[in-house]
Ligand binder design. Structure first.
Ligand code: XMP
Length: 515
């Protein structure tokens, strides 16, 4: 496959997505990954082709992330994008200078020489491309030729077709770049000789074989099942690989959505025949949460009680050697990022802490996948569509959607309102246009009138956002009459609520959840 070295561009993952969409396997490593040096020392190429991503730095400043020089001696094609191209130029004695004005956004380029990535285009073809850089390569270095220029005559692309080194000053991976996919395809298929044989069913076959090899005949695997997409896919996959050597543990913490426990039972116990232990721990969680209104405190308590409960169940199952988890590729990458740790906005707990406490070996079959690839995998495994296409749901559940104290009564209110909203979105065809939607119970009372009576009751806020990855989000433009119907149904159907509001803030500066 292709190896992408990450120099910190916000688009690095997008390069990986594009390559995989072509059916070519790829991995992203931080630019300073030690494995690069090991490959170089062994004189081996770490892939069929290498992409150097863009990045915020400038090759001329002290301490800027570097290119491992030995890589260029390995007889492997290299594509440098933006900062990556500047690194390539720098390594070959090319001139890299700060542009008088940085170029950001759309630019038109013209193809000078239809070679390398531009193979198959006509000379003189114009393309609209997406630029985002401060520095630029002033002239093509020794051994390279200029293959495309911007409108004002700057170098937009360069190539050394002898040694298969290519540089693009713009971003072929963003969708605004015309023919960007063709350029990446030319690199992967024609230059590197990759084939489009990476897909979900051979991913599945390979990994099932690996799991069978790894897990011995008398060994057991335990898996925490939350009902979310990731853990559901892990459970279905493990079950397919090792059948009844898998035990799933579903902890009902009392903070789940409407009829969640039944749903999980139907799918995993009835349909797949998985050994599912449902632990009813509602009281334990609610007791510990009583009187706690700080969001981070809620998360900590839920994380801790979850580990306690899980550990108790795990002890009852003999011969458990492995813990299966739904860790995704973005989690893996973020944890080794060159950008360093970002400030903790919320401590997203998931099942963090479990592995250390339990001393099990980890099985993480989704480590190489992005969220939407996991969804495809889920479908390939025969999970029901409404499970695979579910909105994300936070680990601490409804606890972070009840502002203030959590009580059984307030849980009932938010659960009922959420159910009405989600069913409405599904019924009226909005569900799949939304990244995530839910109801939040606010800690205020407002005055209303019902019949001839004054009421003084609670407020539900509805939230629906569009997003690619949860990192940024925009309010969903749901029709006002739909929201009106939701308001009527909630106020009429949920006792204790007399007002419904819609949250129109974006992330940033707000977050998706209210806590
Ligand atoms: P925020 O609210 O930070 O949410 O914009 C981004 C995404 O993360 C989810 N989220 C959580 N997931 N544990 C989780 O497993 C948490 O504590 C948590 N808090 C937020 C949120 O639902 C959204 O998808």
């Amino acid at each position: 496959g292709i190896l992408i070295l990450d120099y910190g561009s916000q688009y690095t993952l997008l390069i990986a997505r594009r390559v995989r969409e072509m059916g070519v396997y790829c991995e992203v490593w931080p630019c300073n990954d030690e494995r690069v040096g090991e490959f170089v020392d062994a004189g081996e190429a770490p892939g069929k082709g290498i992409v150097l991503s863009g990045g915020p730095s400038s090759v001329s400043i002290e301490g800027a992330p570097k290119l491992e020089g030995g890589l260029l001696e390995l007889d492997v094609p290299v594509l440098g994008i933006c900062y990556g191209m500047q690194l390539l130029a720098h390594a070959h004695g090319g001139k890299v200078e700060p542009a008088e004005v940085g170029e950001y956004g759309r630019t038109t380029i013209e193809i000078d020489e239809p070679v390398g990535l531009f193979h198959g285009f006509d000379k003189g073809t114009e393309l609209d491309v997406w630029m985002s850089h401060g520095d630029s390569v002033v002239e093509a270095p020794e051994g390279f030729e200029r293959v495309a220029s911007t409108h004002n005559g700057l170098l937009a692309a360069m190539a050394d077709t002898e040694r298969n080194f290519y540089g693009l000053q713009f971003h072929p991976e963003v969708s605004h770049t015309e023919e960007g996919e063709t350029l990446l395809e030319n690199f992967a298929y024609h230059v590197c000789g990759c084939t489009d044989d990476w897909n979900m069913s051979n991913f599945l076959d390979t990994h099932i074989a690996q799991i069978r090899e790894q897990v011995g005949e008398d060994e057991q695997v335990i898996c925490g099942l939350s009902g979310g997409v990731d853990s559901s896919v892990v459970a279905a996959m493990l079950h397919k690989a090792i059948g009844d050597r898998l035990t799933c543990v579903y902890v009902d913490n009392g903070l789940m959505r409407h009829k969640e426990t039944e749903k999980v039972r139907t799918v995993f116990e009835d349909h797949f025949g998985i050994d599912l232990r449902v632990v009813h721990a509602q009281d334990r969680f609610l007791d510990e949460l009583a009187g706690v209104d700080d969001p981070e405190e809620k998360r900590k308590i839920i994380g801790r009680v979850f580990i306690d409960v899980f550990e108790e169940v795990a002890k009852e199952i003999p011969n458990v050697k492995y813990l299966a988890q739904g860790t995704l590729y973005p989690d893996v990458i973020e944890s080794v990022s060159v950008r360093g740790p970002s400030a903790t906005i919320k401590s997203h707990h998931n099942v963090g802490g479990l592995p250390e406490r339990l001393n099990f070996e980890l099985i993480e079959p989704l480590r190489e996948l992005f969220k939407d690839e996991v969804r495809v995998l889920g479908r390939t495994l025969g999970l029901p569509a409404d499970m695979v296409d579910r909105h994300p749901f936070p680990g601490p559940g409804l606890a972070v959607r009840i502002l203030g104290d959590i009580t059984p009564e307030r849980l009932e209110v938010v659960r009922a309102a959420d159910h009405i909203f989600i069913e409405g979105l599904r019924r009226e065809g909005h569900y799949h246009n939304v990244w995530q939607a839910f109801a939040v119970l606010l800690p205020v009372r407002t005055v209303g009138v019902m019949g001839d009576q004054r009421t003084y009751d609670q407020v539900i806020a509805l939230r629906a956002v569009t997003s690619r990855d949860g990192m940024t989000a925009d309010r969903s433009h749901l029709p006002m009459d739909f929201l009106g119907r939701m308001s009527d149904q909630i106020i009429n159907g949920v006792k204790g609520v007399n007002r419904v509001v819609y949250d129109v803030s974006s992330k940033p500066p707000a977050t998706i959840e209210w806590e």
